[in-house]
Design a protein around this ligand. Sequence first.
Ligand code: ADP
Length: 498
Amino acid sequence: MGCYDTLLSPQVASFAFGAHGMLIGGRWQSAQSSKTIDVFDPATGRKFTEVPAGDAADVDLAVRAARRAFADGPWATMPAAERGRLIWQLADRIEELVDEFAQLESLDNGKPVQQAKAVDVPEAVARFRYMAGWAGKINGETVGLSQRGEYHAYTLRRPIGVVGQIIPWNFPLVMAAYKLAPALAAGCTIILKPAEQTPMTALRLGHLMAEVGFPDGVLNIVTGYGETAGAALAAHGDVDKIAFTGSTEVGKAIARAATQNLKQVSLELGGKSPVIVFPDADLDRAIPGAAAAIFFNQGQTCTAGSRLFAHRTVYEKLVEGIHSEIGKMVMGPGLEAGTTLGPLISAEHLDRVNGYIEIGRREGATIVSGTLPRPRGGYFVNPTIIVGAAPDMRVSREEIFGPVLCVTAFDDDELDAIAMKANATEFGLAASLWTRDLSTAHRMAARIDAGTVWINTHNHFDPALAFGGMKQSGWGRESGFHAVELYSSVKAVLAPLN
Ligand code: ADP
């Protein structure tokens, strides 16, 4: 237990510090190997609990349970509207427990509890509610055939089957909701593998799903490491689809593993998203916007605006403005009221982010660090601006996944030239444009190679709006009906009428 435990409600403390099992076929159980994983409080670096270290044997049991629940039993025959009702009820329960979920997320991930309460929990709730609405509206279509003759032809849209879902540690509850909600709406059964660093809210969700009445085996949760449990899930021969959010490197490994049985794959991967500020931008909006784009969630966001391109005429003002935004932040333990910037997720990740800052310095860029008081213990890093990073430097090209912003000035007025700079990355997840000129905004939006382009905002998500990456940022689109498509397959039926 850490020293901020007193800030937890008794319910959260008793859940978090209690014993945890994995959820397989409706039973909470230890790993077959009996091994466990220590879970740490990022604000103190202290272990606060442990969870089972599931591996291939546990994944296999979970897949069997999911297959049984998919093939027969109440879930297989449940009317779609009833599935929708269960998902809606789950959303209601999460919403009722907003404080509990926010505290648990803050303890486990380190993020400010106020942000978890204002952003993470409501986003998860909204996602379940939105997808609950799709459950009873997943239809095929009648098709007029293109060739001569009389036919009745139509398509059926069916759940894809047993799905594996592997999620990261940066938004544990939100990522679980992104994955679970459309899969449940489509009628799939699931094996969820939370990140080893942050299993708490997924486990709590598993309890709630049983409580609201989801049948056993619909959701199975295998806690475990990526290289063991995650890899086994990606490779399993009886999993019909694997959905993954995480690093590009691991995404490639998952795609390779999936070829063994040609399971469907969707991937939401890394990014190095540009934030482009034009000379006519409203700086009162662009400055806090650009600061939040990179520093929100300690920079541990796949869509973080980590490359700022500022037109020469606004460059100085922007850099100064972002620096003064840093000065307004309060770095501290996520559970403490008033904290706006928490610790990073782990000691290992802290080393990685500090390593990148050092690489930037060695490559010849100028490092402008914030000077926020640094709490003792914990995995804290000061928000950092890297000025004058050339496009070929590692800090400009690689995903740092921390509060580190690379800033460059541009002189071009040609949109194509600006777009070429912004697009000079292997990633294509997101971008934001800051301008008052409608024509510039929409002409530029068309030129950016990214799954999402924001105009005068950044990191604004909605369950109805497609989300996913181009280039090495991923395959597939989550949100909207696109997400339901990821978890369903289309069958064509054709009958000659004469
Ligand atoms: P990060 O580097 O940000 O921790 P990862 O991509 O390594 O992100 O992790 C995201 C998720 O992928 C976690 O749940 C992790 O356990 C899992 N994972 C890591 N390696 C593998 C792997 N080889 N196969 C399957 N899952 C993995």
